[in-house]
Design a protein around this ligand. Sequence first.
Ligand code: PHE
Length: 456
Amino acid sequence: MLSNQAGDEKRTSLHGHWSSRMAFILAVTGSAVGLGNIWKFPYIAGQNGGGAFVLVYLVCVIVIGMPVMMSEILIGRRGRRNPVATMELLGKEEGSSGNWRWLGGLGVMAGILILSYYSVIAGWTLAYVVKSATGVFVGATAEEVGAEFGGFVGSWKAITLCHTLFMALATFVVARGVERGIEQAVRFMVPALLILMLVLLGYSMSSGYFGQGVAFMFTPDFDKLTWGSVLAALGQAFFTLSIGMGAIMAYGAYLPEETSITGASAAVVTADTSIAILAGLAIFPLVFANGLDPADGPGLVFQTLPLAFGQMAGGMFFSTIFFVLLSFAAWTSAIGLMEPAVAWLVEHYNRSRTQATIIVGGVIWLIGMGSVLSFNVLADTKFLAGTLFDNIDYLTSNIMLPLGGLLITVFAGWVMCRNSTSDELGSSGTLYKAWRMLARFVAPIGILFVLINAVT
Ligand code: PHE
C-alpha cells in the first residue's frame, strides 16, 4: 500500500509549531517529568516491595515505553491534528477505518481523568511552598511532619482551595497556546530540579541509611512480585512518560518535519527515568532513617522530604525552592494532560482556544472534587481499588493508558504501511527495524499479557 500523503503538500498544524527541535524536547520532557517521577514513583515502588518492581518498571520503559512514545510522535506529526481527528484521518488514509478516532477519544478521556486528581496533588505542592517558606518544617520531628500532612489533607476546604488555584494556573497557560510559556518554564525547571535532587541525594547519602535505601530499590525479591505489581510497573511506565493518551501525539502534531523522532524520544526517556531513580535514591534512605514505612502511600514524599529539609542547614530555603520546582514540574505536565481535549474542542466545535480551555478546566476541576473528598470526607468510602481517588488512578494508569498504548502500537505497527512509518522515522536500517519489531510484537503482546494476567 502506498502512503497517500507522499507527494501531497505536507500538512501543517492549526495551533502553530515548536520553534526548534530543542523546544519540542523540552516540552515533551516537561510533560513527562512531573509528580509521576517524584511523588508517585517512590510510593508505588514502596507499595510494591521495591527492587523487583523497579526492575520491571525499567524493562517496561525500554521495551514498551520507548516504542510507544515513538509511535505516538510519528502518528501525531503525520496527522497534525488533535488526537481524535488525527486517528480518524490516518485511519482512513491508511485504508482502515475512521473509527480509530475512538482511540483518540479514549486518550482525551484519560487526560481529563488523570488531571482531575493530578491537580489535587499538585495543589498540595503549592501549599507546601508556603509551609516551607514560613518555616513550618524547621527542626520538625517525623511525628510533627506527619501530623501536619494529616491535618492538611484532612481539611477538604484547604485542599479544595489548592486544587482550584492549580487548575486556574494550568488553564491560564494552556489558554495562551503551545509555544509561549511551556518552553520558558521547562528550560529552567528541569536542570534546576536535577540539581536539587542531587542536593537531596547528598543529604540522604549522609543519613547513614543510604545502603539500605539502595538495597530496597535495587535488590529484586521476585517472591514479592505479583501480576498486580507487574501491572502497576507497566502503568507507572506509561504514566511517567505521558504516553498512551495522546498528549505526546498532540505535541508531535506541532513538530517540524526534520526533527529525529528516535533521538527526541531517547532524550526524553533518559531524562525522565533519571529523575525518577534519583527521587527514589533520595527518598528511601530517609524513609528508613526515620523509621517510616515505604508503603505509606501518596503522602510519602510530603512527609520524608520536609523532614529532611527541616534538619538541613539552609533547609527552609531548599525546601521552598524544591516545592516551587515540583509545582512547575506538575504545571508543565498538566498542560500536556489538557492539550488533547482542548485541541479537540477547538477543531471539532470551532471554539476559541480560551473558551475551550475554560470549559475543559472547569470539567476537570469538578471531577477533581471527588479526589479532594477522597482524603477526608469520603476517606472511608472504599470500593474496588479503594477510595474514589484510588479508583480513578487505577483505571487511568493501569487500564486506560496501557490499553491506549496497545492500540497505538497496533496502529503504527500493523495498520500504517511501512512507507508511512519509515517516512516519519527515517528508515535508518537497524534502528527502524528494531522499532518495528518492538511496535508490532513486543509492546502489544507484552501489554496484553500483563493486562490479562493481572485482571484474571
Ligand atoms: N508524565 C506526567 C508525570 O509523570 C504525568 C502525565 C501523564 C502527563 C500523561 C501528561 C500525560 O507526572
